[in-house]
Design a protein around this ligand. Structure first.
Ligand code: ATP
Ligand code: MG
Length: 259
């Protein structure tokens, strides 16, 4: 993998810089209260892992960070800017520097795996066809999908779709990456490969990431800070070590293998 230019100087990353900050975010859909005082912050270069039961608002939280959903109230700051206040151009700039791995994979059904991965480069970039090809093949190689580059999404497995989505998320070398269940539906070996990939992206590019996962191995491997959300807010958070020692019943249920 070729190394891109670091987005911040070493001097800047040494001091604590908050890249993502949610402050008392509330969001309802009709009568359904989903986010109920969601607050957390992610420092530059950190990986913040969100765990929690199905339907507690994990994906909804990620969608607020990229401006796909607007809070009813509360602050959603990315690089110091309140996302709901961004105009169209500023929102596009935010999305250019942010990779979002959708839970569903969200591949375009009529494009091959190669063309799906190339899509963000064609939309945003000014790269030549040769440069696009080089970057796309490099990412496809990272997720071990060389053999499927010319296939359509309908003819590949769920896990392969997930990996294609991951290749597409990383193809623009984003500064911020939001992963929604990066290894759901993958076998243990591929799951481990993806965990290592997330880790190496974090190390090499110093990206700031939020990872939503149900997999304990993914949380422990990739996370600097682990958070557990319930009823629309963070109920416990800490380093992997702190969480391992936590006596909070929900933390024990998620991380302790009880249940
Ligand atoms: N656009 C929407 N309109 C209406 N309801 C929504 C919308 N998006 C999410 N919801 C509802 O909000 C709740 C939280 O959804 P969310 O997708 O964040 O869950 P989740 O924590 O990611 O769960 P899972 O682990 O199953 O992916 C769910 O009840 C869902 O049906
Ligand atoms: Mg979800």
């Amino acid at each position: 993998m070729t190394l891109p230019h670091p987005t911040t100087s070493i001097g800047q990353t040494e001091e604590k810089r908050i890249v993502i900050k949610l402050t008392d975010v509330w969001k309802s859909f009709g009568k359904l209260d989903v986010l109920q005082g969601m607050s957390f912050e992610v420092e530059a270069g950190q990986t913040y892992v969100i765990m929690g039961g199905s339907g507690v608002g994990k994906s909804v939280t990620l969608k607020h960070i990229i401006g796909l959903l607007k809070p009813d109230r509360g602050g959603v700051l990315v690089d110091g800017q309140h996302v709901p206040n961004l105009d169209k151009q500023e929102l596009m700039a935010l999305r250019r520097k942010t990779g979002y791995l959708f839970q569903s994979g969200a591949l375009v059904s009529w494009l091959t795996v190669f063309e799906n991965v190339a899509l963000p480069l064609r939309e945003h970039g000014h790269l030549t066809e040769g440069e696009i090809r080089e970057r796309v093949l490099e990412r496809i190689h990272l997720v071990e999908l060389e053999h499927a580059a010319d296939q359509l999404p309908a003819s590949i497995s769920g896990g392969m779709k997930k990996r294609a989505g991951l290749a597409r998320t990383l193809v623009t070398q984003p500064e911020i990456v939001l992963y929604d269940e990066p290894n759901a539906g993958l076998d243990p070996i591929m799951s481990e490969t993806i965990n290592r990939l997330i880790l190496s992206v974090q190390d090499r590019y110093r990206v700031t990431s939020v990872v939503v996962t149900h997999k304990i191995a993914c949380a422990y491997t990739t996370g600097d800070v682990l958070a557990l959300i319930d009823k629309g807010k963070v109920v416990a958070q800490g380093t992997p070590n702190e969480m391992q020692r936590s006596t909070h019943p929900l933390v024990r249920r998620f991380l302790g293998g009880i249940d």
